[in-house]
Write a protein that binds this ligand. Sequence first.
Ligand SMILES: [Zn+2]
Ligand SMILES: [Zn+2]
Length: 190
Amino acid sequence: MRIQEGVDPEDPLVFDSQQLHRQPGASQKLQREVPIDMSWRNDVSAAVSGGPIPVEFLLESAHDGILVAAQGRIPLEANCVRCLNPTEWQEDIHVQQFYAYPEHANDGDVEAEGDVAEIRGDYLDFRDAFRDAVVLALPLTPTCSEDCLGLCSQCGFVMAKDPQHKHEEIDPRWSELAKFADPDRPAQGE
Ligand SMILES: [Zn+2]
Ligand SMILES: [Zn+2]
């Protein structure tokens, strides 16, 4: 049994490929509990740590390598970009990574399939592919709801608490006077 340096065979994102090795057509379904790493984040959103989540895996053996596919629901959290309230939700993610046998790693048709890892040793290391997929699923402009009303542009009031919230308009006679005071001053609201 050959173990690559830095690959922990006990990691739920590491797969023993020996059963499928050189067995085109063979496949294997697995369900594993995958711990969510708090470091999986972008500037505004993060994956939530709160125990491992169930993820389904399908490993399929082909003549030139092994395809690993995964799907699961990842708990995420962020502050709404409109009202700044913390919000949590779940996102479905689908991840695929093809692992080519060394002699096929540079095949044109294999390369055309996109991201290709080479099978080294007896284990498939799915950790980077999974983390990248979670980070890509994190939105850059998360909102607590599609129709979040955001904050009042004048005082920062959370508009969802009272959609009728507004400020008294400045008496038009006063705004006329303001124009006289400084003719270069831009009009209100610009
Ligand atoms: Zn919001
Ligand atoms: Zn206001």
